[in-house]
Design a binder for this molecule. Structure first.
Ligand code: FMN
Length: 298
């Protein structure tokens, strides 16, 4: 049996397959053997409850989908008291995704989670659907945010980056310099879909975030560019639909992958990819997944 264990800072995962924020929940346990997954990430949680954007909030597009959910969530207090206990029964590491409009909001949410049994944080600094400052676009602000977060938690911090920036390397370096344990990318890419009959946008929020198979080449490119400058582990995501896709990210150098949109198409996809990676390693005589990570020949 090949060894599939990977380390994301201090966090050890039994395999490199993670279910991405906003695309999975405890209800998945009815459809798949969630215990086989490396880790699962919550929908982004904010300090106060958020109702989200006007419907329609999602629409299918060629090769993927657009979403403009608008961070709908019950707020951190209610999430911890009413939802988290069920997440923690899943028997796999639960990573809390945190979002906020201000530094103080991020810090307060993290402080509230600190005494719970979650395994780490993924910091969403890039939600394209809220019209506030995006920390993910400003290296100085991101460095400062990451530093402040590290002061209030002992748990591993993953900074999740947006592709909607002109220099991803600067942003990634800021996260690393701020003390991030890992970087994950990419979040969704800005997008728009028009109803030609009414000449309006299909989404209630007008614009949304593009995800799914059509963004995979962009995601791989960003992972590659960030690996050029950062030393901390990188978690790759964007358009993964099968084992082959996941292997591409690992070979480029991602230490783990996240599966998003495809959970809606096939709720068993995470488990299939775990099994597929194991089979691939066995067939290729790879004893340890770390031999595969970053094994690209360019
Ligand atoms: C419906 C939907 C909701 C999402 N909600 C969140 C969220 O709350 N926080 C976050 O960081 N990313 C969120 N994402 C982004 C995904 O986690 C992921 O970064 C993105 O979809 C790219 O991966 P994919 O192509 O495999 O879906 C959401 C994506 C979708 C499709």
């Amino acid at each position: 049996m090949p060894k599939l264990t990977v380390k994301i800072g201090e966090l050890e995962l039994k395999n490199p397959v993670i279910l991405a924020s906003g695309t999975c929940g405890t209800e998945l346990a009815k459809f798949t053997e969630l215990k086989k997954i490396g880790a699962i990430i919550t929908k982004s949680v904010t300090l106060d409850p958020m109702l989200g954007n006007l419907p329609p909030r999602t629409v299918e597009v060629y090769g993927g989908m657009l979403n403009a959910i608008g961070l709908e969530n019950p707020g951190v207090r209610q999430f911890i008291s009413q939802k988290l206990p069920e997440w923690l029964t899943l028997g796999i590491p639960v990573i809390a995704s945190v979002a906020g409009k201000t530094k103080a909001e991020y810090i307060e949410v993290i402080e509230k989670f600190e005494s719970t049994k979650i395994s780490g944080f993924e910091i969403n600094v890039s939600c394209p659907n809220i019209e506030e400052v995006e920390f993910g676009k400003n290296p100085d602000a991101l460095l400062e945010l990451t530093r402040e977060i590290k002061k209030v938690t002992k748990k591993p911090i993953i900074i999740k980056l947006s592709p909607n920036v002109s220099d991803i390397q600067k942003i990634a370096l800021a996260a690393e310099q701020g003390g991030a344990d890992a970087i994950s990318l990419i979040n969704t890419i800005y997008g728009l879909k028009i109803d030609i009959k009414t000449k309006t946008s299909i989404l209630g929020n007008i614009t949304g975030g593009l995800s799914g198979p059509c963004i995979k080449p962009v995601a791989l490119y960003y992972v590659y560019k960030v690996l050029e400058v950062c030393k901390i582990p990188i978690i790759g995501m964007g358009g993964i639909t099968n084992t082959q896709d996941a292997l591409e990210f690992l070979v480029v150098g991602a230490s783990a992958v996240e599966i998003g949109t495809w959970n809606f198409v096939n709720p068993n996809i995470g488990v299939e990819i775990v099994d597929g990676i194991e089979d691939y390693c066995t067939q290729k005589g790879i004893d340890d997944i770390n031999e595969l990570i970053g094994s690209r020949r360019f």
